[in-house]
Design a protein around this ligand. Sequence first.
Ligand SMILES: C[S@@+](CC[C@H](N)C(=O)[O-])C[C@H]1O[C@@H](n2cnc3c(N)ncnc32)[C@H](O)[C@@H]1O
Length: 277
Amino acid sequence: MTIDEIPDDIPTSARVYGWYLGGKDNYEVDRQFAIEHLPEFPEGLDVTRANRLFLYRAVRYLVQDAGIKQFIDMGCGLPTDDNVHQVAQRFAPDARVVYVDIDPIVLIHARALLAGDGSTTVITADMRDQDTILNHEDTRRLIDFNEPVAVLFLSVGHHLPDADDPRRILSTILDRAVSGSHLAFSQAVTENAARGADLQARMTGAGIPWQTRSRAEVDALMDGLVPVDPGLVDVEDWRPDPGQPPLAPAPVEIAHFLGASKLSRDIREYGGVLRKP
Ligand SMILES: C[S@@+](CC[C@H](N)C(=O)[O-])C[C@H]1O[C@@H](n2cnc3c(N)ncnc32)[C@H](O)[C@@H]1O
């Protein structure tokens, strides 16, 4: 697929999320989708950006504290600053990363970033089909399942509705992983069922698979894994580090929503890092 063949008439998660992070690889339809729905969900910009800052701290922890050198990043999103391989290789230069995303635009934009990098690859695949990802030649080349692996499902849990059986999806890959492997997971949560349902209806109405969960529903998906400190929390509270590298500025069109999550705290991004015993 070439960039000219990418559909530009419906928003995609990768492009809307990338725009919130200050990225340029998005279309009018993505920006309009965000501008239409942010007034109803003003905390969305903050929680998205908090998730990306959490990604940095989680990957740094996984390399520095857990000693992991191989990563599979499910629903990796468009390349931005401090992508997983860049964070991992900053702390372990020989770290290897398999990126997976269903949106072909991710592969198109990642090609240039990863050209000549033999330790990192991007697969266009559906994370609901873990067997295809596990059997992919790039996964077999870069990931040694005899060694601990980190599997990242960051800000993608909400893209896995119960109908897709997220427990099965997680256990397919974690069953292959040795003891000492880790899962990093996050997703949009709320304890306000009405707002959660509204968010879900807007997303699915735009063609983006979505399930807003409660914290307890996310906890239940993690059965059998051991959370590392501080457990599953709002991601901004997961080992906060005010000195970590900042994100790119938010787009001017929506920058007035920055800080809105201090006023409206219903929708949060919830997650953590867990170890396979
Ligand atoms: C909100 S972004 C998260 C990006 C990145 N993981 C992060 O935390 O910064 C969600 C990404 O998941 C991808 N995605 C959604 N459903 C997917 C699926 N079934 N399989 C693979 N990727 C998927 C989207 O294309 C998008 O790039």
